[in-house]
Write a protein that binds this ligand. Structure first.
Ligand SMILES: [Zn+2]
Length: 126
């Protein structure tokens, strides 16, 4: 389901941020400020998800959780929302900041309009 390879036809999947669908509450009764949309260029498979969910497999996210004793892969994918928050910094160009908080430590990730990570920073608890 991730950007890169289509789960159905192995075609190329491209990611983009959109506000469309941001009002959808069927995910987990939450209204998103922005939504990551993935589209397969071959079979037109697509999915929408909240931005933190889209970052579930980002190495910076996985290692941050790992460092705090949480194996994110062993959990329900939505469990990231327990720790993560997203905020739209800019719409032109798209910049969305996702913040994960565990035990006072904070991981900040900024993504661009292609749902690519352009910045990561960890602020350790004081
Ligand atoms: Zn496909």
């Amino acid at each position: 389901m991730r950007k890169g390879v289509c789960p159905y036809c192995a075609g190329t999947v491209s990611g983009a941020l959109t506000e469309e669908g941001g009002g959808l509450e069927e995910f987990n009764e939450r209204v998103y400020s922005s939504v990551a949309r993935y589209v397969c260029e071959r079979c037109s498979w697509s999915m929408h998800c909240g931005v933190p969910f889209a970052l579930n497999m980002e190495p910076a996210v996985v290692s941050f959780f790992h460092d705090h004793g949480i194996a994110i892969f062993d959990r329900h994918p939505w469990s990231i929302y327990q720790y993560a928050d997203d905020r739209v910094c800019s719409r032109d160009p798209w910049r969305v900041e996702v913040t994960c908080r565990i035990d006072g430590d904070v991981l900040r990730i900024v993504i661009d309009g292609d749902v690519d990570v352009i910045e990561t920073a960890i602020e350790a608890a004081a």
